[in-house]
Design a protein around this ligand. Structure first.
Ligand code: C2E
Ligand code: CA
Ligand code: CA
Length: 505
């Protein structure tokens, strides 16, 4: 597995940390703003209450006299000129003695039974006109001065334009907010904050800003969030690039196999005599997302050394069976499908079972499934490998000895192994030119192959001279760039469709 978990974790952590810092900053400023809002509401309320205090002083002077018409007029003028006041009432021995309203009327119900605390919130039902009101009361000798303030002015004082925060006036257990009537609560709920006023006995109550609110975060800092997301992704991407730069080739190959980046290419094999398409050899290609197609010469040795050759070949077998099944109706009878197998894979205990399952997965059971075993590397042909290949031969597989003539292992095993094809290595075929001498080595290799009485496939046919020579020598199966290069599956379909009715050579 390539190093992706760490970069992903780093990118997520960076983003989460960024969101945390951003949220904390927003929460902190929301707290500061809401507190400033509460202080501003106190300032507004104090202006109203200062008016009430002023009016009380006038009322105290009147209380010393008689509540004559002139004095009542003076009280009415005071209530009218001080903008936030509604009425001024003087109670004597609990009864209305003088009022700013004509005829000493009051707008309060049961005024004589109201508690005499300095500030009092009276709900709508306690007033004649059914509007809540704030009372400012002062006791002087036998008199109680009651100044009433309209709910409208109080609500205006609480109108602080801060989103999501609502303020209310709290006097004792009663509260009056921006809307509705006076409410009574015995204790302050945990999501409320209280700020006490200094000069008068009241508090401003407000809802505490939530510690985390996604809509608010997006609304307030959407742009920064997006920037943070891009920055985290970029950091993760750069880290992934850096970490994977030094990834071991095995790790990269393991990842590629699991992601299906190692795919089969197909090189057609033609029948030199009939000129028809006889089959294909499967050649692995690594379809690298950045580097393009990588040659098997660079990764097959790594796969063999690391043991990845087993999953690599298994993946190819599955893909080849799927590909052939997709074009089953287009394949000529007995079509060869050859796959290269490494000795280390053949030596695994499950190899026979894998091959039998592979064969079983083909729709067409008449296909000639070829197992190509190379002689180029030191083929440790021990008894067990010979036995394995013979069992597969008995089960309908064809065995091809690849790169014939290049091996170091000697030919002793040829007696015991049931070989169906010998593939003459391209290094011999490529020497064939128009010069007579050039065919000497190939002559002797072919001679040896003929003596073994096994079908021959010539690899690496590139020129007309090579083709003429092979035809003269009755080599049936030919493979090389002269006919076709290894091609992807889509190209093979095209070749099959165009050549199915005509001869290829
Ligand atoms: P090979 O099995 O001898 O495959 C034939 C190689 O010769 C292929 O190279 C093919 O592209 C190339 N070739 C075919 N015709 C011509 C031609 O006319 N001229 C020239 N110059 N070259 C030609 P490729 O595909 O690069 O494969 C190289 C080797 O990698 C293969 O040699 C085989 O030994 C190994 N290999 C490829 N795929 C696999 C695989 O799936 N498993 C294993 N174990 N080995 C593989
Ligand atoms: Ca081969
Ligand atoms: Ca070969």
């Amino acid at each position: 597995m390539r190093n992706f978990l760490i970069p992903i974790a780093v990118a997520i952590s960076m983003f989460v940390l960024g969101v945390f810092i951003l949220n904390t900053q927003l929460w902190y400023s929301a707290q500061t703003d809401s507190l400033a809002g509460a202080k501003y509401a106190i300032k507004n309320m104090n202006i109203i209450l200062d008016e009430a205090h002023l009016a009380t002083r006038t009322a105290i002077n009147i209380a010393k006299n008689r509540c004559s018409l002139e004095e009542q007029y003076q009280l009415g003028t005071e209530a009218a000129l001080l903008p936030h006041l509604r009425t001024i009432v003087i109670l004597r021995h609990g009864k209305v003695w003088c009022s700013s309203l004509p005829g000493n009327r009051v707008l309060l119900v049961n005024v004589d039974s109201l508690p005499d605390s300095q500030l009092l919130l009276v709900p709508a039902r306690g007033t004649v006109n059914n509007l809540p009101v704030l009372l400012y009361q002062t006791n002087v000798a036998d008199n109680r001065i009651v100044v009433t303030m309209s709910d409208r002015h109080i609500r205006d004082a609480l109108d602080i334009p801060l989103e999501g925060i609502s303020y209310s006036l709290k006097v004792g257990n009663s509260a009056l907010g921006r809307s509705g009537d006076v409410t009574t609560e015995n204790e302050t709920l945990s999501h409320f904050r209280l700020v006490d006023a200094q000069n008068y006995p009241y508090s401003i109550q407000y809802t505490a800003p939530p510690v985390f609110s996604l809509p608010k975060l997006i609304y307030r800092a959407g742009g920064i969030l997006l920037f943070l997301l891009l920055l985290s992704c970029l950091a993760g991407y750069l880290l992934a690039k850096y970490l994977n730069k030094n990834t071991l080739p095995e790790e990269a190959l393991r990842w590629a196999i699991s992601k299906g980046e190692v795919i089969p290419f197909y090189q057609p094999i033609v029948n030199g005599k009939e000129g028809t398409l006889r089959g294909v050899e499967v050649l692995a290609r690594w379809k690298h997302p950045q580097a393009g197609y990588i040659s098997p010469a660079s990764f097959i040795p790594i796969a063999e050394k690391s043991g990845l050759i087993v999953p690599l070949t298994q993946s190819l077998m599955t893909q080849v069976a799927n590909d052939m099944n997709a074009i089953a109706s287009k394949l000529p009878e007995g079509f060869h499908v050859g796959i290269n197998y490494s000795a280390s894979h053949i030596a695994t205990p499950t190899f026979v079972e894998e091959c039998i399952n592979y064969k079983g997965s083909f729709c067409r059971q008449d296909l000639n499934l070829v197992i190509e075993v190379t002689e180029r590397e030191h083929l440790d042909v021990n008894e067990s490998i010979v036995q394995t290949l013979n069992v597969l031969h008995e089960n309908g597989f064809a065995i091809a000895l690849d790169d014939f003539g290049t091996g170091y292992s000697g030919l002793s095993y040829l007696h015991d192994l049931h070989i169906d094809y010998i593939k003459i290595d391209q290094s011999f075929v490529s020497r064939v030119t128009e010069h007579e001498d050039s065919t000497r080595i190939l002559d002797s290799v072919l001679d040896l192959a003929r003596k073994l009485n096994i079908s021959i496939v010539a690899e690496g046919v590139e020129t007309q001279e090579q083709l003429n020579y092979l035809n003269r020598n009755n080599i049936t199966f030919l493979q090389g760039y002269y006919f076709f290069k290894p091609v992807p599956f889509t190209e093979l379909i095209r070749i099959l469709l165009s050549k199915s009715k005509t001869k290829v050579i």
